[in-house]
Design a protein around this ligand. Sequence first.
Ligand code: ZN
Length: 220
Amino acid sequence: MTCNPNWPEIKEHLFLNQQPNDRPDLIVRVFDLKKKIIKYLTGTQGLFGKCIAYVHSVEYQKRGLPHLHCLLWIDENSKPRPQEYDRFVQAEIPNPNEDFQGHQLVLQHIIHGPYCTNKSPCWKDGRCSKRYPKHYSVHTRCREDSYPVYRRRSPEMGGHHGHKEGRLRQNITNEWVVSHNLKLLKIFNCHLNVDICSSVHSIKYVIKYTMKGSDQLFLE
Ligand SMILES: [Zn+2]
């Protein structure tokens, strides 16, 4: 989860002529409260099933906004089965006629890019290191020792598309949608990526973020 500097809890407490960037004190306090809410919803309330362990870490990039990485372990008897994955993790732009709020939020916060090029920070060795645009898929499929391939329908398969505010010329399809949980997206109104990690490979990848420490300086 990445902090949204336009959260009303931040904006309504700015002094005259201040921008959110001028108030790191306010940003970290609001972010910390949101972090507690996400822990309550996913840990105590068990949004993804009965949570038996929780690890998190908050990262601050230089002059950047805070973001949270968290990893939840779900009890064997209550964790979602592969056929239920679509209920917990989505990777598509919702139909604007059925869920206008979801449609807007996904386009606003959950799109990789939109579009990336060799000038984007994600670009490494001649391609997008996050592997966007992703392949379309009619169904969610589980893969051996990797993240699942989520349902990501093309416009021909009935997938929806849209435009990001201020970028009307770029038609965005499901190839660019980051996996997320619509319920959490609506509650938190920010970039919030959700993935199912059911393999050693994916757990190793996520734990690297949650265990990454800040630089340390030892003085005699
Ligand atoms: Zn990229």
